[in-house]
Design a protein around this ligand. Sequence first.
Ligand SMILES: Nc1nc2c(c(=O)[nH]1)N[C@H]1C(S)=C(S)[C@@H](COP(=O)(O)OP(=O)(O)OC[C@H]3O[C@@H](n4cnc5c(N)ncnc54)[C@H](O)[C@@H]3O)O[C@H]1N2
Ligand code: MOO
Length: 406
Amino acid sequence: MSLLPLDEAFAKVEAGIHTLASEQISVAQAVGRVLAEDVAARLTQPPSAVSSMDGYAVLSSDIQNQPVSLTRVGESQAGGPFEDTLVSGQCVRIFTGAPLPAGADAVIMQEDSDVEGDQITFKEVAFEGKFVRRAGLDFSEGDVLVKTGQLLSARDIGLLCAMNVPWVKVYRKPRVAILATGDELVMPGEAVRQSQIISSNSLMVAAMVTAMGGEAINLGIAGDTEESLRATLAGLDGADILVTSGGVSVGEYDLVRNVLGEEGLDIDFWRIAIKPGKPFMFGKIGDTPAMGLPGNPVSSYVTAFIFLRAALRKMQGLPFEQDKPIRAILGADVPKNGIRQEYMRAVFSRDDAGRLVATPYDKQDSSMLANLAHCEGFIIRAVHGEALKAGDETDVIYVNDSLLSV
Ligand SMILES: Nc1nc2c(c(=O)[nH]1)N[C@H]1C(S)=C(S)[C@@H](COP(=O)(O)OP(=O)(O)OC[C@H]3O[C@@H](n4cnc5c(N)ncnc54)[C@H](O)[C@@H]3O)O[C@H]1N2
Ligand code: MOO
C-alpha cells in the first residue's frame, strides 16, 4: 500500500485551500480575527505634549538653582487645559496626561515641591522634557501600525481603539460542516446500548473549529447506508469546507469515499504516511474542499491538528503552516520508527537544568482519548527514525487547539 509522505500531503492541502473574502466588523468583535487591510492611525497620540506626572509645569530655565519659588497661575487637567502662555516666574498645577501649557517645557513632581498658597517652592532640578510626553510619542496620524494578515490580539484591539479606528476589515470566518459516519454512533448524552459508541469526534472537531476562529455546522451522524449519508450531506450548502470523520479506511461499511464520490467528490489523495491518521483523505466536492478524518478519535484529532488547523489559518488570511516543533529531551526510551511519521502523546516537564523533557505515554493506541486530553504535546518521530534512549534529543510540538496564543 503506498502512503503519501506527510510534506507532500501538506503541500496538496495548501494548494486546495483558498483564503476567504473579507468583511467589515466592529473592532469590539475583532479579537482573534485576521486583518484584511492595512490600518493607519486617525490621530496623533498624544495629540500634544502632556505631563507624565501629577505636579507643576515649569520653564526648566527657572529651576537652575534650588530651592526656587514660582507663582502658581492656573491648572491643567486632562480635558481641561491651561489656556495662557506660561512665562518666567510662573508655574501651573498639572495632572498626569494633561496638556503641557504653552511656554512650559518640564514638569516637577508634587512630591518635590512645597505649597504655600500660590507660592510653590521647588527642591528638585528640572531639565527640558522632564516628565513630558512629547506629541506623537506613541504614534502619529497616518502611521500604519496594524497590517494585513495580523491576527488581532487584545493588545491590537487596544491599539486600534487608541488609533480611533472603530471598525476593521477582516477575513470571513470559515464555515466548517462536520459530519460523523457510522451506525454505531450516538450523540453525547443519549442512551447508549452495549454496541454503541459516542460520537466524540463531532464536538471535538467542532470545538477546535470554534477555538480556531471558525463556525462549526454540525451535520450530525450519517448511518452506514448510502441514503443516510446523502440525506445528511444535504446540509453542506453554504459551507466553506466539509470535514467528515470515520468511514475512510477499508472496511465493508466504509461508504464515505463511495457515496461522496457519487456526489461529485474529487479525491486528491487518500492514505498518508502518518501515525495515527493513515487513512486521511483530501479532495473537493464541486468547489468545496473536503477532508476525511479517520474515525479513531486520536487519528481524527492528529489529522485535524495538522491539516484542518493549517487550512483554517489559510482561509482566515494567515500562512498555511503548523506550529514549529521545538527540541526536548526524551523522558523514556522510544523504539525505532516505521514507515509513518509518528505523533506520540507525551507529558512535558523540566529537568533540574531547566531543559524541556517529553515523556511518551506507554500506550499510544489511537482509540485512547484520555491520554490525548491529558498530554501537553506530541513527540514527533521521523519516518524510519532510529530507536532513542531517555536523555536523547527529539522534536516535540505543544498541543494547541486555538488560533490565539495570548
Ligand atoms: N484492514 C484494515 N483496517 C484498518 C486499517 C487498514 O489500513 N486496514 N486502518 C486502520 C486505521 S489506521 C484507522 S485510523 C481506522 C480508521 O477507520 P475509519 O476512518 O474507516 O473509521 P471507522 O471504521 O468508521 O471507525 C474506526 C473507529 O473509530 C470510531 N469512531 C468513528 N467515528 C467516531 C466518532 N465520530 N467519534 C468517536 N469515535 C468514532 C469507531 O467507532 C471505530 O472504533 O481504521 C483501521 N482499520
Ligand atoms: O492511523 Mo490509525 O490512525 O493508526 O489508528
